[in-house]
Design a protein around this ligand. Structure first.
Ligand SMILES: [Zn+2]
Length: 101
């Protein structure tokens, strides 16, 4: 049976030794098109639910907040497009990791 993209992302995150950006996950999925990152971001909220259910809350998907590389503003969304403080679009992306509580 072929693994779905979502299942592949879950496995990549479970095996990862360090938090990964969506771009890195896309690379590991062999999704090298610019859309690859978008695809990963679309799956993330569902993956968070899958992990919680599968491990009965013992493991959870966490993310480090994206940070504006101009002013240091920390976002609370996973994929901001622009800094609300300084309007910069240079943003260090969120990193995702599956970890125990
Ligand atoms: Zn900023």
């Amino acid at each position: 049976m072929e693994e779905t993209t979502r299942e592949k992302i879950v496995n990549i995150l479970l095996k990862a030794k360090e938090p990964l950006t969506a771009r890195k996950i896309a690379e590991l999925l062999d999704l090298h098109s610019p859309r690859g990152e978008e695809i990963v971001y679309k799956h993330i909220p569902h993956i968070a639910k899958t992990i919680k259910r599968r491990f009965r809350g013992k493991l959870l998907l966490y993310f480090s907040p994206p940070i504006c590389s101009n002013c240091g503003f920390k976002f609370n969304t996973i994929k901001p497009s622009k800094c609300p403080k300084c309007k910069s679009e240079r943003i260090l992306p969120a990193r995702f990791v599956i970890s125990s509580k």
